[in-house]
Ligand binder design. Structure first.
Ligand code: ADP
Ligand code: TZD
Ligand code: MG
Length: 569
């Protein structure tokens, strides 16, 4: 009896971490088990959290990051010390760069040994290594600080511009025991972790006046707008003002791509011609040519709506900054806006419609050409048509040509359904994002992957099969990074630096894990394979054979690809 009472009055760090996460509404962990966090993963599962175990920490981290983007709660990635920690760091840095809320929790080795560099198992000063790549990095050195440490991590991840937070848990803290009552008292339920940031009314008026003065206004929606989940208010504002809009890649579907007001099919034209541009949750970074150069008019004036005050004037002067959260700012705009106050000139709207018609006709010619072997256009058209009446399906997209052409061809109808390489143009997010989206939404996911892109996270198809996730992967197999026809300029037998295996059968990989593989060489088979795979609701991989001579080096980023002007010897 005495013993029993004692064992009930003592808890430990493992339990406290799980309790702290649960208390704050965390229900899923994406991780990879090992010393010293194996028991943490096991306990979390026992206590009712969903644990998804990966084959590489980078994919676990990517899954956590996209879960954060989709749910506005920090996605949790759990990793072991030094190498596991570092494997996860690419995803943590990517989450910070993209503004996705995520917490990487990593076990760490003995502090005394690490700090004297005496050579511990998996020794690394993880917290300090994480700092430059994370929005914040914390270490918990006492078990009674677990509650407050988790609370700090949650606030840091989701407040303001969201980002990746590193939370270091020493093996000692995990294993430490403490009194149950003291433990319970140490827990913290976070109140209002992402507080609204109300705009200054002056800034709203200034922005509306500037938009009203415009002849050729344009709205650019970024993934910050998608993240904000202020979909109705954004749509009302766009419709009330009649201003044409351009979605950045992951903002596609925030308003349906097929709306008449979308200027996506006239992108270059509107960027160059607009006199006032309103950025809503979009940075003027490389994805918008920094607002400079031949793509833009040097006299364009800007409204910028962003939660981060230091984003203002980052590349071009912002005439009307609105620093606020997008939900609050859009409500303020709608409250202040008088009907008819903002009205884009008919000439502007007509010119855009004309340009859209012209570009759409040009694109149709490419889409309708039947090529053998398939090119990117014909394969993507088949995918587009299958997905047309399934707007609830998530689309993950990475690669170069596969990404750049895919973005233009596959329309999105619902918010936050397109998940892609994002701000870094990173390869390797594919399977992690697909798994994260499938797990938190319960919806099917289609991942359209370049063959190089797929390779970065391809082993996770085992994870997909192990958890029976409704994910269909299409590998655009052109036998190379960018193209499959590059040659070794030395004339030697090795393949060129951009070459991948010719005639590889990626479909056979998934068969090793009892998933369904398809091998297709023409658009009609793409249609059939994708339709059947989606109807089955089971994991599938479709190996799409693409003409190795189709596509271009660097996809649409040829201007960023320096090339030698001097031939080889
Ligand atoms: P894209 O790549 O789609 O252009 P970016 O990631 O460059 O989008 O920009 C997103 C911007 O949105 C960031 O500057 C970020 O600070 C901002 N942001 C994120 N969430 C919110 C929010 N809730 N309210 C206001 N701004 C936000
Ligand atoms: N490594 C990482 C992590 N990110 C990157 N973006 C790259 C390397 C460089 N890179 C690109 O920018 S696209 C790409 C690489 C390797 C792959 C393109 O080949 P693909 O797509 O097969 O995925 P396409 O359809 O053949 O163009
Ligand atoms: Mg390729």
């Amino acid at each position: 009896m005495e013993d029993k009472i004692n064992s009930h009055s003592i808890t430990d760090g493992f339990h406290l971490v799980v309790d702290a996460l649960k208390l704050n509404g965390i229900d899923t962990i994406f991780g990879l088990a090992g010393i010293p966090i194996t028991d943490l993963a096991r306990l979390a599962q026992a206590e009712g959290l969903r644990y998804i175990g990966f084959r590489h920490e980078q994919s676990a981290g990517n899954a956590a990051a996209i879960a954060g983007y989709l749910t506005r709660k920090p996605g949790i990635c759990l990793t072991v010390s030094a190498p596991g920690f570092l494997n996860g760091m690419v995803a943590l840095a990517n989450a910070t760069t993209n503004g996705f809320p995520m917490i990487q929790i990593s076990g760490s080795s003995d502090r005394a040994i690490v700090d004297l560099q005496q050579g511990d198992y998996e020794e690394l000063d993880q917290m300090n290594a994480a700092k430059p790549y994370a929005k914040a990095a914390f270490r918990i050195n006492k078990p009674e600080d677990i509650g407050i440490g988790v609370a700090r991590a949650i606030h840091a991840a989701v407040s303001g511009r969201p980002g990746g937070v590193y939370l270091d848990l020493t093996a000692e803290v995990l294993a430490a025991s403490l009194d149950t009552d003291a433990a319970a008292r140490s827990l913290v339920r976070v109140v209002d972790p992402a507080p609204r940031q109300i705009p200054d009314p002056e800034s709203i008026k200034r922005a509306l006046d500037l938009l009203a003065s415009a002849q050729r206004p344009l709205i650019i929606l970024g993934k910050g707008a998608a993240y904000a989940q202020a979909d109705d208010a954004i749509r009302s504002f766009v419709e009330m003002t009649g201003i044409p809009y351009l979605p950045m890649s992951m903002a596609k579907g925030l308003l349906p791509d097929n709306l008449k007001q979308s200027a996506a099919a006239a992108r270059s034209f509107v960027l160059a011609q607009a006199d006032v541009v309103m950025l809503i949750g979009a940075r003027l970074n490389w994805l918008l040519a920094h607002g400079k150069g031949p793509q833009w008019s040097p006299t364009t004036r800007f409204v910028q709506l962003d939660i981060s005050p230091t984003e203002i004037d980052s590349n071009r002067p912002i005439a009307a900054p609105v620093v606020a959260d997008i939900g609050s700012a859009m409500s303020a705009f709608l409250a202040e806006l008088k009907p008819g106050y903002i009205r884009p000139k008919t000439m502007w709207l007509d010119a855009i419609a004309e340009r859209k018609r012209h570009n759409t006709e040009r694109m149709a010619a490419q889409l309708n050409a039947s090529r053998n072997p398939m090119d990117f256009y014909s394969a993507l058209r088949a995918i587009r048509d299958v997905l047309a009446d399934k707007p609830h399906i998530y689309l993950v997209n990475e690669g170069a040509n596969t990404l750049d052409i895919g973005r233009n061809i596959i329309d999105m109808r619902e918010p936050r359904k397109r998940l892609d390489s994002g701000t870094w143009g990173v390869m390797g997010i594919g399977m992690g994002y697909a798994i994260g989206a499938a797990v938190v939404s319960g919806q099917p996911v289609v991942a359209v992957e370049g063959d190089s892109a797929f390779g970065f996270s391809g082993m996770e198809i085992e994870t997909i099969c192990r958890y029976h996730l409704p994910i269909v992967v299409l590998v655009f197999n052109n036998g190379g990074i960018y193209r499959g026809d590059d040659v070794n300029q030395s004339g030697g037998a090795d393949p060129s630096p951009t070459a991948l295996m010719k005639n590889a059968r990626y479909d056979k990989l998934i068969e090793a894990f009892n998933g369904t593989g398809y091998h297709v060489t023409e658009p009609r088979s793409v249609t059939k394979a994708l339709t059947d795979a989606l109807a089955s609701g089971k994991p599938a991989l479709i190996n799409c054979v693409i003409d190795p001579t189709a596509g271009t080096e660097s996809g649409h980023l040829q201007n960023l690809n320096p090339q030698t002007q001097v031939g080889h010897a």
